[in-house]
Design a protein around this ligand. Structure first.
Ligand code: HEC
Length: 195
């Protein structure tokens, strides 16, 4: 039994060693040939985040009027004609000149006016929308649809130009509607717990 095991494993070992040697040889002589390298443009599509201060925002600009056209073509299909909701969530609450300041019901938290920072809208739309072709909008187009959504939510004027400088300065109506999730120990049974 011992001899059999020995012979069997030796027999197996030979082809495995030959195979490993040739794979190593291949690896040294040419690339693995598995897929193609990502272009800088493709990497930018998902490896790029914009923080609350907007320091990472790229050049470009857009207005609500320009955004209205893009929204109708690329977003209304799922979010409704003016962002009032369709097969995907509602993005607009309140109306031009009249922002919704909260409190927000759970079903209203997808509205752009819910976000504490204006850059969240830019960052999310840039990376994730339109859901059927994420990352396909140019920076100008993202500025424009954000301007459109902010205008429809009553946060900016229709003629306001959004760019890397003006966007982070916008004060969101629900900026102070969030409580920090600070754990309290021991928990006070009379107060709600945040975790
Ligand atoms: C094919 C359908 C589809 C299209 C087209 C589409 N969206 Fe969406 N959108 C969704 C879905 C589904 C979600 C929810 C995704 C999730 O929760 O993970 C979403 C979520 C969002 C949110 C986040 C809402 C929240 O909960 O905070 C924003 C903002 C948004 N979309 C904007 C846009 C914009 C702007 C466009 C056009 C450029 C667009 N979407 C096009 C389907 C779509």
């Amino acid at each position: 039994m011992g001899a059999y095991t020995m012979r069997c494993s030796l027999n197996l070992l030979v082809p495995v060693t030959v195979l490993a040697a040739s794979v190593m040889g291949l690896a040294q002589s040419r690339p693995y040939n598995l897929g193609t390298p990502l272009s800088q443009e493709e990497i930018r599509g998902f490896d790029f985040m914009v923080g609350p201060e907007g320091k990472e925002l790229p050049g470009g600009r857009g207005t609500a009027k320009e955004g209205a056209e893009i929204f109708a073509k690329r977003c209304a299909l799922c979010h409704g004609r003016n962002g009032e909701g369709g097969s995907a969530q509602r993005l607009v609450l309140g109306s031009p000149g009249n922002p919704h300041r909260g409190p927000f019901k759970d079903t209203e938290k997808s509205a752009t006016s819910y976000y504490p920072y204006p850059t969240i809208a830019w960052d999310y739309i840039n990376r994730a929308m339109p859901a059927n072709k994420p990352g396909s909008l140019t920076p100008d187009e993202v500025y424009a649809v954000v301007a459109f959504l902010f205008y429809r939510n009553g946060i900016i004027q229709e003629s306001d130009v959004l760019d890397a400088k003006s966007l982070p300065k916008i004060e969101m109506p629900n900026r102070n509607g969030f409580v920090p999730a600070v754990p309290v120990w021991p928990p006070d049974p009379k107060k709600p717990s945040w975790f």
